[in-house]
Design a protein around this ligand. Structure first.
Ligand SMILES: Cc1cc2nc3c(=O)[nH]c(=O)nc-3n(C[C@H](O)[C@H](O)[C@H](O)COP(=O)(O)OP(=O)(O)OC[C@H]3O[C@@H](n4cnc5c(N)ncnc54)[C@H](O)[C@@H]3O)c2cc1C
Length: 473
């Protein structure tokens, strides 16, 4: 049996009394953002430096006490909260929130893991540069959490996901040793890439303490448009048309179905969609260039006009100024919070090759309508990346909790079987956490899963780093 009292005493001696929280008042660390996962922690530990993280991890390892790393606690798959044993330590990185360096010439920024994404975006903007990761949770989620989940967001089409934005990592192993260098080198072929191993590891292999990130010139010319489409096939055709014309200047291409927009209009009326008629699908797209003279608005208007002539587009509006563009993005970003207000959904975060999306959604809509008549499909996501948030809400009048407990498992099977048949991913963006562990066992290639287990055993032989998250038993 771990000596919990002895561990808490040693943690307080090393990190100081205020850094080790126990007792009541820990709910913000014990419950996830969706309110679906609630546990009980032995303590919440808040180190302020890499050395303190290493000491806290080492003390927990000696005591045989498991750790749950936590950043902004905005994860949607239950990976950031403790179980209900009251025996796990939550290691919160939020007090490690210094920007260590910005190198404008090398286009790099080095940040501690607890910096919020918004803080890093601002630090880049202060040097007239761009850190392009953009998520609706950016005010609260942290760089450590972004790396641990390999977060995506709305600009992946142009800039890639967090993995592509990270040049180097510093972290602490499950034994409490510090590894990594934050040199920001673009080339370093000196063996296995630990950076890539830790990105997406969801706190199961150790703790990320800092990272060197890639910056980009800030786009100074841009165009943002809201487009109504009759179907997803038309949206895919528009994507191909715009990619051919604009290539890397196309920075975002998001789709939203009418049900998702109706939920935004009901719960966030200030963020309601701009076009008057209710088309089945809307596209929110953005172009950007660091060339101030690039005539993007005119060229986009030309392409949208041609697309309308070809029946790809029903209607479109191009933002006339930055405030209008920001309002269009607020509509898109209001979806997760409007959805949370609307009630729990059976959520899926799936990817298939982009051209497969219309057929996937067609097949799933038919299969789900047959078995669960009246269930509402709340669909939105990053069409340019082939990634859709495919959410199934209770039929009107049925309590969401009742719908979930009775049907979630069966709905997951229908959705994931269809995705797997098309060579897709059951977790494109948000990770596996506790929510998708069983599905991973079913859908992940067996050899890949065995290799993942071997790595986990080699790096964390006691199994103390975020047990219950990611890897199936
Ligand atoms: C409104 C809203 C919109 C969102 N939109 C998107 C989106 O567009 N794209 C997207 O990808 N996600 C999205 N998310 C999900 C979430 O914001 C991301 O997964 C984010 O990267 C999590 O960061 P966090 O700091 O909150 O991590 P947490 O929720 O605290 O943790 C997430 C996981 O990472 C681990 N972890 C956290 N910090 C560390 C660390 N320093 N070292 C090791 N492991 C660590 C945790 O143990 C846990 O397993 C959204 C969430 C919300 C609430």
């Amino acid at each position: 049996m771990p000596d919990a009292a002895g561990l808490l005493r040693r943690l307080r001696e090393r990190l100081g009394e205020p850094a080790v929280l126990t007792g009541d008042g820990l709910q913000a660390f014990e419950m996830d953002w969706r309110g679906r996962w609630a546990g009980r922690a032995l303590a919440v530990v808040q180190p302020r430096s890499t050395a303190e993280v290493a000491d806290a991890v080492r003390l927990c390892a000696h005591a045989g006490v498991s750790l749950v790393p936590q950043g902004g606690n905005t994860g949607t798959v239950g990976g950031s909260v403790p179980d209900d044993s009251g025996a796990q330590v939550v290691l919160s990185l939020r007090a490690m929130n210094r920007i260590r360096a910005v190198e404008p010439a090398g286009l790099t920024l080095t940040a501690e893991a607890g910096c919020t994404l918004a803080q890093v975006q601002q630090a880049a903007a202060d040097h007239d540069l761009l850190y392009p990761l953009r998520l609706a949770s950016e005010g609260q989620c942290t760089i450590g959490g972004n790396l641990a989940t390999n977060a995506g967001g709305t600009q992946v089409l142009r800039y890639g996901n967090t993995r592509e934005l990270c040049l180097a990592l510093e972290g602490v192993t499950p034994a409490g040793d510090v590894f990594g260098s934050l040199s920001g080198l673009r080339k370093d072929n000196t063996g296995y890439d630990l950076r890539d191993l830790y990105i997406g590891s969801e706190g199961t292999l150790g703790v990320i303490t800092a990272a060197t990130l890639r910056l980009f010139p800030r786009p100074v010319a841009g165009a943002t448009a809201w487009v109504a489409c009759a179907g997803l096939a038309q949206a895919v055709a528009l994507l191909h048309r715009l990619r051919r014309r604009f290539d890397a200047a196309l920075t975002a291409f998001e789709v939203i179905n009418a049900t998702a927009l109706a939920i935004v209009a009901r719960h966030e009326p200030a963020c309601a969609a701009p076009l008057p008629h209710a088309a089945p699908w809307a596209v929110l797209l953005e172009l950007g260039s660091s060339d101030a003279q690039a005539p993007l608005r005119e060229a986009l208007a030309e392409e949208l006009h041609a697309a309308q002539q070809a029946d790809t587009v029903l209607d479109a509006c191009i933002a006339q100024h930055a405030a209008q563009a920001a309002a269009l993005w607020r509509t898109r970003e209001a979806i997760p919070t409007a959805q949370a207000r609307d009630g729990l959904n059976v959520k899926h975060d799936i990817a298939v090759p982009t051209h497969e999306i219309p057929a996937l959604v067609g097949a799933l809509s038919a299969a789900l309508a047959q078995r669960w008549p009246g269930a509402r499909l709340v669909l939105f996501g990053h069409l340019g990346d082939g990634n859709l948030h495919f959410n199934v809400a209770a039929p009107p009048g049925m309590p969401a909790g009742e719908f979930l407990s009775a049907h979630e498992a069966a709905i997951n099977t229908v959705v994931f079987d269809e995705v797997a048949q098309r060579g897709g991913s059951i977790a494109a963006e948000h990770g596996i956490g506790r929510l998708r562990r069983d599905a991973l066992a079913r859908y992940k290639d067996a050899t890949a899963l065995a290799l993942m287990r071997s790595l986990k055993r080699a790096l964390d032989p006691q199994g103390l780093m975020n047990p219950g998250c990611l890897l199936p038993d």
